[in-house]
Structure formats: structure tokens, C-alpha cells
Design a protein around this ligand. Structure first.
Ligand code: PAF
Length: 281
């Protein structure tokens, strides 16, 4: 069922809720793939009805060309959902339904969570993500909302968002879905040629190498190793490789035995910017 107005969606959900159904929300920007499918299946394992929103949110793009090139094919997405999860409620709002007349981000106090990595390299990105999700949570009023760990920093920011807004939705993190070579599923992969798809496995290789090295090497040694790996592959431009404390997402150069750490990467392959991360424990 594809619904594009807020009012019809709310009427449909009102009936479902009255019948005692719990509602799960999987927010997406479309260009659906196996990664989304695993989020949707996760949502079905915990909720009776699942809403998948498809909305390319302009306020979270800090780069106009990136927004322009973002893959959009609503009929393909609707077909994809019909094939895999025909009972899913697909919400495809127009910009006005979300932002009324002013397409502008609110600013949130996300603190340290947005000072590094994506927050540092994509100014205003997380305020845009927070703005759209706050509105989607208000419209759908889901019991739970599902987010992939591929965007781990986003997952933590969204948890912080609902702490700030007090919206009664449980944020659920889901494991990263990867292709058979380890590449994290992403809508941006649609923009890679076949040979680039193969090359992109380097990101997973770097993360797994960092994980293997972590217990016996310093952060600096691991960083050097990853930088050298990317230098040996000039089709890539490494934007950042950071090892952070999972607790606060602040990059670190030291290791403490009682802390958990995570490695994060962003790299351009041609014009396509890819991100990924991995727990180091
Ligand atoms: O992860 C995404 O696709 C987007 O950031 C989200 C959560 C749908 C918000 O626009």
C-alpha cells in the first residue's frame, strides 16, 4: 500500500493501532536494497505493522551535487517492496508534507556525537537528519524505529534525538548488511560500476585489518597501516579513518582496557562517497 498524504497515513495507522497492532517505522531515502530489506525484516520480527518512509531529505545534504545525484526511482522501490513485503505501508510524502513552506533544519544539541567524522565532514548533516526524523516520528508515532549500524553515528544521534524531544519511540539498531565480499549495502553502491564495486571491498578489508590488529598494536600503527592501504589504491581518496571510544564517539590515540572501540571510514571512490564502520571487540 503506497500512501503519500500525511492524513491518509494517519487514518490508516489509527485503525491499525485501534486493532491492537504495534507499529514499526523504517525511514529511508529510497533506492531500496538488501540492506533495507534486512531492516524491514527486523522490524517485522518486533512489530505487527511496518511503515517504510521514502523521502530524499534535502536538509541533510551539505553538497548540492550529492542531493541531485541521489538515486530516485519510486516505482522501482514500490515494486521491490511489493515483491518482498507486500503488506508494508509505504509512505512517500512530498516535501510540503514534511517541511510545510520552510525547507530548513532545526538545530539540535547533539554534543560530541556530531563533532567528528560525519558531523565534521558534512556540516549540518545531523541537524537535517534530526529535523526530518522528528517530523516523521510525529506523523507516524511508531512504537519502534529501525536504523542500520552501517550509519552507526547516525544511530547514536537518533537515540540522542529522542532523548532531546522526549518522543515515545524506541530506537532499534540493526546489524550492517553486507554483500558476499563484505561491502556494506548502500544506495550509493548503485552509482558504482562493476569494477568499482569490486574495488570498494577495500573498505571492508581496511576495517577487518584494523580489527585484527587492534589488540596488539597502537592506534597510530593501525592508522598508518590503513592510510598506506589506501595510498596503494589511488582510485580511492580516504577522507577519514578514525578509531573512537564507542561510549562518546570521540577519536582516540590511546586504549583503555575497560572501553569498547569502533573504527570508522569515509572514502571517495571516484565521485561516490562511501562510509562504513566496525566494532573492534
Ligand atoms: O539513513 C538514511 O537513509 C537517512 O539518513 C534517514 C534516516 C532516512 C533520514 O533521512
Amino acid at each position: 500500500m503506497v500512501i503519500n498524504s500525511k492524513k491518509s497515513l494517519q487514518e490508516t495507522l489509527e485503525i491499525a493501532k485501534k486493532e491492537g497492532n504495534t507499529i514499526g517505522l523504517v525511514p529511508t531515502m529510497g533506492a531500496l536494497h538488501e540492506g533495507h530489506l534486512s531492516l524491514i525484516n527486523f522490524a517485522y520480527s518486533q512489530c505487527d505493522r511496518v511503515v517504510v518512509s521514502i523521502f530524499v531529505n534535502p536538509t541533510q545534504f551539505n553538497n548540492a551535487a550529492d542531493l541531485e545525484k541521489y538515486p530516485r526511482d519510486l516505482s522501482k522501490d514500490a515494486e521491490f517492496l511489493k515483491t518482498h513485503n507486500p503488506e508494508t505501508i509505504v509512505f512517500t510524502p512530498e516535501i510540503k508534507e514534511i517541511y510545510s513552506d520552510e525547507v530548513k533544519s532545526e538545530s539540535f544539541e547533539f554534543g560530541n556525537f556530531v563533532n567528528f567524522m560525519e558531523g565534521e565532514f558534512r556540516t549540518g548533516h545531523f541537524d537535517g537528519v534530526g529535523s526530518v526524523l522528528k517530523r516523521l516520528f510525529d506523523i507516524v508515532k511508531p512504537d519502534k524505529a529501525f536504523f542500520g549500524e552501517k550509519d552507526y553515528q547516525q544511530l547514536r544521534v537518533v537515540k540522542k534525538l529522542v532523548e532531546i524531544t522526549g518522543q515515545p519511540v524506541e530506537i532499534v539498531g540493526c546489524p550492517t548488511s553486507r554483500n558476499k565480499f563484505g561491502l556494506a549495502q548502500s544506495s550509493r553502491n548503485f552509482r558504482l560500476s562493476d569494477s568499482q564495486l569490486k574495488e570498494a571491498e577495500l573498505i571492508y578489508e581496511a576495517l577487518t585489518r584494523a580489527k585484527k590488529m587492534f589488540s596488539t598494536n597502537s592506534v597510530e600503527t593501525i592508522e598508518k597501516e590503513v592510510e598506506q592501504l589506501f595510498q596503494a589504491h589511488p582510485s580511492f581518496e580516504l577522507e577519514y579513518f578514525s578509531i573512537v571510544k564507542e561510549k562518546d564517539l570521540i577519536p582516540t590515540k590511546t586504549k583503555e582496557s575497560e572501553e569498547n572501540y569502533r573504527a570508522f571510514i569515509a572514502a571517495f571512490l571516484g565521485e561516490v562517497r562511501l562510509i562504513d564502520n566496525m566494532a573492534l571487540y
